[in-house]
Design a protein around this ligand. Structure first.
Ligand code: C5P
Length: 437
């Protein structure tokens, strides 16, 4: 299973005989779906060659601070920003001491100072060095700064001693890493999200649109990628940067969005319709700019508008329909309208958004919503759209995973040979038990 899908792991290797195990660790991390950049101290290069790590990681290995070529490509600050996690395995007594002292005298130690990512150390050293009070004090110091230690293990050591100080086995280190990393709740899932407004042309210079900024949908795409999903973001015309690890498809009109959604939901597990799609478009687009009559100030302009396709309902009507989440932006009777939409659009969940409050929702950086399911409502109080997106993806993913699991149980318990959709009865049992856990 790809439990580290989309994660960026910076693996630091310091000088110790256990460095040979790091080669195996790189293989495990890549197999778990993560991207790895290896940074080696000069002492580490005495134990294992950078070439080995380059071949296994599929990325260039970084060894020196003052390499002008490396600094132009991916320098220490860029590496520090790139990493979701810094894992140092093996972490030697000397390296832990330098970290405890806050030193930045090689590439790896400067990255540790510069990064905001969590840092994990897998110590590896002779048992006497590990038990020495200086090492113990250094470990306490780094742990007080929030750095976590994996191990060390006890047993036979390369020097012939027996005792604590062995580096944990690579598969055990991988398990520790997975445990500490984010949920992975959508690992291996394909998620398609629509975001932003659409624009419907009236003539070559005018259009009908709405106030959607796209911020909520972009934040959801980012949170879904963080949770391990492969994300396609179908974006209306907005000037927002594409979130990391998200594939973006730009569209302008509702009909473009409709076509893109039908195309990209092939094999899709989860669809989130966050876009504010124009319900109507002008029946025809004037070929030239529509001119007003300067002699007739009373002149009215009549536009005939026709309905646009409903993107969400069309995806929900597909035979291989993904799990469907919609948004309901309402100014009154918010929950009631959302519940109706849930049924009429054949959705699994809907996010009810009160847009009568101008401090949240459209164009704002903050939002407050209620996640509505067939038999539950979960209010999510006002916070930044980025925080809210994380909470929503967490709740949606847990609910989705519950439904998938119960579907599998129904298949095996009731009629093993028949593909069984989850029944409506089953459906009622899946309000998230403790959505904040
Ligand atoms: O019907 P209403 O526009 O209120 O429904 C809102 C939900 O439906 C949102 O999730 C929006 O993305 C989706 N929608 C759509 N296509 C439309 C209109 C709305 O996908 N033409």
């Amino acid at each position: 299973m790809h439990r580290l899908n989309n994660k960026r792991i910076l693996l630091g290797i310091t000088g110790g005989i256990a460095a040979y195990k790091s080669a195996e660790l790189v293989r495990h991390i890549r197999k778990a779906g993560a991207d790895v950049h290896v940074v080696m101290t000069p002492a580490a290069c005495e134990f294992i060659t950078p070439l080995t790590l380059q071949a296994l990681s599929g990325n260039p290995v970084h060894t020196t601070m003052l390499d002008p070529k490396a600094e132009a490509g991916m320098g220490h600050i860029e590496l520090a920003r790139w990493a979701d996690v810094v894992l140092i395995a093996p972490a030697s007594a000397d390296f832990i001491a330098r970290m405890a002292a806050g030193m930045g005298n090689d590439l790896l130690s400067t990255i540790c100072l510069a990064t905001k990512a969590p840092i994990y150390l897998a110590p590896a050293m002779n048992q006497g060095m590990w038990l020495d009070s200086a090492t113990q004090k250094n470990c306490t110091t780094v742990m007080e700064r929030g750095i976590k230690l994996f191990g060390p293990d006890e047993g036979y050591q390369a020097c012939g001693d027996i005792g604590p100080g062995r580096m944990l086995d690579p598969d055990v280190i991988l398990g520790c890493l997975v445990k500490y990393l984010e949920s992975g709740l959508l690992a291996g899932k394909k998620v398609v999200i629509t975001a932003g407004p659409t624009k419907e042309a009236i003539d070559p210079v005018r259009y009908i649109s709405n106030h959607s900024s796209g911020k909520m949908g972009f934040a959801l795409a980012s949170a879904a990628a963080e949770a391990g999903a492969t994300v396609t973001l179908i974006a209306g015309p907005v000037h927002l940067p594409t979130p990391d690890r998200v594939a973006r498809v730009n569209v302008v009109t509702a009909r473009d969005m409709h076509a893109a959604a039908l195309e990209h939901t092939e094999g899709c597990d989860l669809f989130i319709g966050c876009a504010a799609v124009s319900d109507y478009r002008p029946e025809s687009i004037a070929e030239a700019k529509i001119k007003k009559d300067p002699n007739n100030p009373e002149q009215a302009l009549e536009l005939k508008l026709v309905r646009n396709p409903d993107v969400l309902a069309s995806v929900a009507a597909k035979d291989d329909r993904p799990f469907m989440v919609g948004f309901a932006a309402e100014t009154h009777q918010v929950i009631e309208y959302a519940q109706n939409k849930l049924k009429h659009k054949n959705l699994d969940l809907i996010v009810a958004n009160d847009v009568s409050d101008t401090t949240i929702g459209f164009n704002s950086d903050e939002n407050a919503v209620t996640l509505v399911g067939p038999d539950f409502e979960e209010p999510l109080p006002k916070c930044s759209k980025w925080q809210l997106a994380g909470q929503l993806i967490d709740l949606i993913a847990r609910y989705y995973n519950d439904i998938q699991q119960s579907s599998v149980q129904v298949q095996t318990q009731v009629q093993p040979s028949v593909t069984t959709e989850y029944s409506t009865d089953e459906n009622t049992d899946h309000a998230p038990e403790n959505p904040h856990s």
